[in-house]
Design a protein around this ligand. Structure first.
Ligand SMILES: N[C@@H](CCC[C@H](N)C(=O)O)C(=O)O
Length: 292
């Protein structure tokens, strides 16, 4: 089967975007993996499928698959690319857009300078909803928020903040992100037995109260150049732990994301993420039928 796609990136987190507004392509997990493959397919961290609105009051649905073929709840950088895509392809002129993703409904706004602001919704702290199994663990409390000791082979106990942005995140503070053991610890944290749905592992360096550096080892994709939900989770954790103010510039290896969370309005205040969304190229690819 031949399919048309657009390759996009948001702060270096890259995507294959598919238009399914006129009918579903019915791709299998193996076919998503093929598209994401950097040697045999197009190459991407995630595949984004743009679909018609599933209910009145919504503009679209968009479905996200990780490079490993698994469907996921949310993708912050993908949300910004999705908005740019529907606008550039003439699928909608509306601004803002209300869009269904697996985690719920999100609102996305194109800015005059080409960037996009996403209302990511409130963070989730209930451990069962992350999900995280804390049974038998004794947390360290900082500023009224917990860090949990995660035991890693060879590394011993490392303290992580745990929360969900619709998808699960573990956030670990490091002194120097360029020196952080992302490749070594990332895969161990991703599949740690205390995270029954696996987890995205964020390595956070606090530069000052409004500036951080971040690297994320993503569930189902490995280390990416940026992770939007990871940036939100890291800033929310940093605010709750007393390290950060309510508006923070997050420097990733692929670009700058700005995160705002007005915790002073309550823990259920929405998180706003602003950043770039850039088309790279359009193409047509033959997707092998034997992978269906
Ligand atoms: N790159 C994304 C997150 C994609 C999903 C994540 N890997 C997961 O499995 O939860 C982002 O920008 O948020």
């Amino acid at each position: 089967m031949q399919i048309r796609f657009t390759k996009m990136q948001g702060a270096g987190n890259d995507f294959v975007v598919l238009d399914e507004t006129h009918g579903l392509l019915g791709l299998s997990a193996a076919q998503y993996r093929f598209l994401a493959d950097r040697h045999f397919g197009v190459g991407a961290d995630q595949i984004l499928s743009v679909r018609p609105a599933p209910a009145p009051g919504l503009d679209f649905e968009y479905v996200i698959h990780n490079a490993d073929g698994g469907e996921v709840e949310h993708c912050g950088n993908g949300a910004r690319c999705f908005v740019r895509y529907v606008h550039d392809q003439g699928l909608s002129e509306r601004n803002p857009l209300r869009v269904k993703v697996k985690k719920g409904v999100i609102e996305l706004k194109r800015l005059a300078d080409g960037r996009v602001t996403v209302d990511m919704g409130p963070p989730v702290f209930a451990l069962a909803d992350v999900p995280f199994n804390a049974s038998g663990l004794k947390p360290e409390r900082l500023n009224g928020f917990e860090r949990w000791p995660l035991t890693l082979p060879y590394a011993g106990e490392v303290p992580v903040a745990v929360l969900s942005m619709g998808n699960p995140h573990a956030v670990l503070r490091v002194d120097d992100v360029d020196d952080a053991p992302v490749a070594g610890w990332g895969p161990l944290i991703e599949v740690h037995e205390r995270f029954p749905q696996r987890v995205n592992a964020g390595f956070l360096q606090v530069v000052d109260r409004t500036t951080v550096k971040l690297r994320v080892y993503e569930r189902g994709a490995g280390e990416t150049l940026a992770c939007g939900t990871g940036a939100c989770a890291a800033v929310v954790a940093g605010i709750r732990l007393g390290w950060l103010d309510e508006r923070v510039d997050v420097h990733t290896r692929g670009g700058l994301l700005t995160i705002e969370w007005k915790a002073s309005d309550g823990l259920d205040a929405p998180v706003f993420m602003t950043g770039p969304a850039t088309p790279v190229f359009n193409g047509v690819i033959e997707v092998p039928d034997h992978l269906s």
